[in-house]
Design a protein around this ligand. Structure first.
Ligand code: NAD
Ligand code: UDP
Length: 340
């Protein structure tokens, strides 16, 4: 039987590469569209080493409508698109808002236009927990009211969700699943793919592994005076491989259900403080972390974690990978990065 084709924008990136592996393992034929602005071409080789299949690759910028037209014309038999391609650094988005609006919004607009033109029916979109801002109730469900975005990056996610809703409303042949990711961490157990932050990491986990590897001197823990049980910020850290599986589950769900626009939180349902992450890393790897308590980081919400019951009920998906395993894969990946 012919494999079903999926277009994956941003497929060389952190979440996209793990999702490509999950899609290939589930029998999909993956075509990656990426301009490599935050990823490396060798990722394709490493995906092939894991799955035995090299994904098709189109090096294009999704903001380039002519290039998109050419690529979509050649892959118009795809049953869906997973749209990861975006810039994601919150701080950078505050300094360079137009860069973020242009890249993230134009990429989405072109993707939707091409899907309509070439009659590709299903889109899975990478949204984020950032759309909830500082929630009034925890855990957050998909019905928790959204808060105004505090950064241009967050704004692009809220705008993108609305753009997709409006487009589906006007074009009922289009079906959409919006996945709100919480905090993805960890790497593939093969040690061949993982997160590759350029420069100083913004996110906690790559910072932790770089300190452990001696690349950075110490971790700054941003704030210990929050109104949380231990005073540290709380997040819902989800293994990237679990997250990848949710994309496969979403596509399978879209094949057999009459989906219009559906939204799912992807988290573990468990909130962990920064200090609990530090301890979990030390316990899982045996490596002591050099850290210091620093001032709060502006814009950080004190606590957020997900209720992911809806994804469990409708998609049959649930985060499964134990935190210890996630810490080990993150560390293994860090040790391998220097050898790549
Ligand atoms: P990433 O930077 O590792 O991957 C994004 C990929 O998209 C990169 O390979 C980059 O080169 C590519 N890309 C960006 N703009 C492009 C363009 N105009 N044309 C073609 N390719 C382009 O990021 P990630 O962590 O894998 O995130 C994937 C998606 O998930 C993004 O939309 C991000 O906003 C969203 N998300 C990420 C997190 C997180 O913490 N990592 C959390 C919530 C949501
Ligand atoms: N954090 C930290 N030190 C760092 C990076 C992050 O203490 O060097 C904290 C941050 O304050 C937040 C948590 O780790 O409470 C997760 O931050 P991250 O940037 O990874 O994700 P966010 O939830 O902010 O998107």
């Amino acid at each position: 039987m012919k494999k079903q084709k999926i277009i994956v924008t941003g497929g060389c990136g952190y979440i996209g590469s793990h999702t490509t592996v999950a899609l290939q393992n589930a029998g999909f034929d993956v075509v990656i569209l990426d301009n490599l602005m935050n990823s490396q071409i060798d990722t394709l080789d490493r995906i092939a080493e894991i799955t035995g299949i090299r994904p098709s690759f189109e090096r294009i910028d999704c903001t380039d409508v002519n290039a998109m037209h050419d690529v979509f014309a050649r892959h118009s038999d795809a049953m869906g698109v997973i749209h990861f391609a975006a810039l994601k650094a919150v701080g950078e988005s505050v300094a360079h808002p137009l860069k973020y609006y242009k890249n993230n919004i134009l990429s989405l607009l072109n993707t939707l236009e091409m899907m309509l033109e070439f009659k590709i029916p299903n889109i899975v979109f990478s949204s984020s927990a950032t759309v909830y801002g500082e929630p009034d109730q925890l855990p957050v469900t998909e019905d928790t009211p959204l808060k105004p975005a505090t950064s241009p990056y967050g704004q692009t996610k809220i705008m993108a969700e609305n753009i997709i809703r409006d487009t589906v409303k006007a074009n009922p042949e289009l079906h959409a699943v919006l996945l709100r990711y919480f905090n993805p961490i960890g790497a593939h157990p093969s040690g061949k793919i993982g997160e590759l932050p350029i420069g100083v990491p913004n996110n906690l986990m790559p910072y932790v592994t770089q300190v452990a590897a001696g690349i950075r001197e110490q971790l700054n823990v941003f704030g210990n005076d929050y109104n949380t049980p231990d005073g540290f910020c709380i997040r819902d850290y989800i293994d990237v491989n679990d997250l990848a599986d949710a994309h496969v589950a979403a596509l399978e769900h879209m094949k057999t259900n009459d989906v219009k626009v559906e939204v799912y939180n992807l988290g573990t349902g468990r909130g962990l403080s920064v200090m609990e992450i530090i301890k979990a890393f030390e316990d899982a790897t045996g490596v002591k972390l050099n850290y210091t308590i620093a001032a709060r980081r502006p814009g950080d919400v004190p606590a957020i974690w997900a209720c992911s019951d809806l994804a469990n009920e409708k998609l049959g998906w649930r985060a499964k990978i134990p935190l210890t395993e996630t810490m080990r894969t993150a560390w293994q990946w860090q040790k391998n990065v220097s050898k790549l």
